[in-house]
Write a protein that binds this ligand. Structure first.
Ligand code: 6CS
Length: 343
């Protein structure tokens, strides 16, 4: 009995403490997170905030792989779907070839220019938070956040004000069938290629222009490789953060909540920041590249592009089918709600 008491007092507590340490050590995981940008770009800022939140509130750690670390975007997506990566940030401009409905984010002149409305649409809209969540699930992906990185600006060698001016201009797009459709409808000769090829293509005149948010154009010196930057008001660059669905489903309720909470914090953070980043990028271009021409198309100049966008929306619906149409209809409803809330 005496001997048992001794065990109860001295041995059991240390065994239990050891077991506790062991169980918390095995449950602490390192999760891998790949993205298409660098740590200083919008995707990197979101990823860093997400990592901070996860590491602050759990014993898990996140290892971030910036653009290029794991190959091109398509390679990283294969690894995420296979479960080799737990998290991935990939934009619909790349994902659209695999998930046709995701190209809804690329349909021109669907989104308003007002960033306040755009932020409400992404944060609260039913299309983003319910419909797309289900659609991405069918591709083994748990959709965590969708966010805009800034208004798409078109950089070209020559000024353009109309579809006729774009005639014959070779415009690089991300590898998305709908972006090719868009620039054909706008009068240009689009060429799809991944980011890794773009700088070389601009330097060798293989392409005459491209589209991207201003913050990105400035960060990667695309203004130095072209002569004019044009705001057509046709869209915002959109990106999406996802987890591998099997990995996510295998987690306990506490870790699922940890991930959802970290996504919410990172989304609020990037939504508040993205607009300023774009404005700062424009400010730096104006200061450092004074000869660079900045054009904002007037409403009258946008009208023929908007008229041509109708055919692009139709092409999207033909390809994405009835569910694609339902997504577009819901996005339009969400945008009406966002406009009334933003007032
Ligand atoms: O144009 C692209 O392909 C790239 N643009 C941005 C804003 N992010 C990543 C993407 O690869």
């Amino acid at each position: 009995m005496k001997r048992f008491k001794k065990i109860a007092h001295f041995v059991l507590p240390s065994v239990l403490a050891g077991a506790f340490l062991f169980s918390s050590a095995v449950s602490a995981a390192e999760w891998k997170y790949a993205m298409e940008e660098a740590l200083t770009d919008p995707q990197g800022l979101y990823a860093t905030k997400f990592k901070e939140e996860i590491e602050k509130n759990s014993s898990h750690t996140i290892k971030i792989y910036p653009a290029g670390a794991l190959g091109e975007s398509a390679d990283a997506m294969e690894q995420a779907q296979a479960g080799l990566l737990q998290f991935i940030d990939q934009s619909p401009g790349y994902t659209g070839a695999m998930i046709p409905e995701a190209e809804a984010f690329l349909v021109p002149y669907l989104m308003p220019s007002d960033p306040k409305q755009v932020n409400i649409f992404f944060k609260e809209g039913k299309a983003v938070n319910e419909m797309f969540h289900k659609i991405y699930r069918e591709h083994d992906l748990e959709l965590l956040s969708v966010f805009p990185e800034g208004e798409q600006a078109v950089t070209t060698m020559k000024e353009f004000r109309s579809p006729a001016d774009l005639n014959g201009m070779k415009i690089r797009t991300m590898p998305s069938p709908l972006l090719l459709e868009t620039y054909k409808a706008f009068g240009a000769s689009p060429i799809a290629m991944s980011w890794g090829e773009l700088i070389g293509a601009l330097k060798t005149n293989m392409v005459d222009g491209q589209e991207n948010p201003t913050v990105w154009i400035e960060a990667y010196g695309l203004d130095d490789l072209t002569k004019v930057l044009t705001y057509m008001g046709h869209n915002h660059y959109t990106t999406a953060v996802m987890a591998n669905a099997d990995f996510y489903d295998g987690l306990g309720a506490k870790d699922k909540k940890l991930i959802q909470d970290a996504s919410d914090v990172a989304l609020d953070y990037i939504l508040a920041l993205a607009v300023n980043l774009d404005a700062q990028g424009l400010g730096r271009i104006v200061r450092t590249n004074p000869g660079y021409k900045i054009v904002t198309l007037t409403e009258a100049e946008r009208a023929p592009f908007k008229a041509r966008a109708v055919a692009v929306e139709k092409a999207f619906i033909e390809k994405a089918g009835p569910r694609g149409k339902a997504v577009i209809d819901q996005m339009k409803k969400d945008l009406v709600n966002a406009a009334s809330k933003a007032k």
